[in-house]
Write a protein that binds this ligand. Sequence first.
Ligand SMILES: Cc1ncc(COP(=O)(O)O)c(C=O)c1O
Length: 375
Amino acid sequence: MHYIPVSKPYFWGDELTNVTEAVTSGWISSNGKFIDEFEVKFAEAVNARFAVALNNGTSALQLACDLIGLKRGDEVIVPDFSMIAPLFALEYIGCVPVPIDVDDTWNMDPSLIENEITEKTKAILVVHNYGHPASMIKIAAIAKKYKLRIIEDAAEAIGAEYNGIKVGSWGDVTCYSLYANKIITTGEGGMLTTNNEDLYNLAKFKRNMAFGSSAESRFIHKTIGYNFRLPNIQAAIGCAQIIHLEDSIKHKINIASEYSHHLKNVSGIVLPPSSRNVKNVYWVYGILIEESYGISKNELQTILLKKGIETRNFFMPVHKQPFLKHISIDASKYHKSVKLAKQGIYLPSFIGLSYKEISKIADTIAEIQLKNHRI
Ligand SMILES: Cc1ncc(COP(=O)(O)O)c(C=O)c1O
């Protein structure tokens, strides 16, 4: 049976040449020409002044929290619907996440933020979910009004735009993941971008164990540092990937519009959000399965898997995470994120997925609906 996974990496062709060059040169750790080249190209591609290559996106988030000076007990506004890494980053420091329910874009609803701000609130950690940017004009205005810092988590939304402005342009610091299921990848990897030169210098210093800058001071550590370095071998892959960012995004958008074309009239299927003033880069193609579809999303997933089509559940809401049970959260506030978790799945959408495969998947979903509708 032909198996279609939800995700797999796509290689454009130069990855192996670059990796061979890195290995042949002997620069296989975190020094080497590909690191600098990757950072420069990445910053240019996302419209940032500075980029710092890191070993993964979770490290980028942890470093971002450190850079903006978050401390134990500080409250940070987060979306209730999110991949877990930003919540872990806050937990490493001892910050208190304050989850906000989502709006119809599946991102933090800005109209609910002000109600949650207290004198302990220090930052808003915005996650751009599934490729659709959050409502950054409103969020940035709130941050300005209350003097809050902004961390953007653009791991799932590299290249996405809000009102013609790229994600990453609104925050103090922006974090990206380069994990193998991301739009561009280095296998494992991350990137932190900023337009602030001081934060950039601090990020580079802390990424590499906070070593002193001269031979005499090398082993004198003025502050805590991390080993969050990205190896040159992986940066070599990144250099081959980043030049195809726009092509990669085009593929993602084409996959999404092909799915939407096939699924738009299927009863009980809610398509992913798309708004006029937004460029959604569709990291994944997520749909909601409503009651009128005829069977539950779990039943649908089981049938699809039997036909060789892998799907994935949406995230569990933050307020339901067992590791956060020490924080008192009013669970009645989160109708929309609960609904997303209950009804949401995402379909295969890797670069290289053929139109034939997309129509097979979409037609299967439509046929299952028709069959169950008749019963
Ligand atoms: C929104 C978001 N933030 C952070 C991460 C963590 O990145 P990494 O897996 O590279 O640590 C991911 C996914 O992997 C993610 O989807």
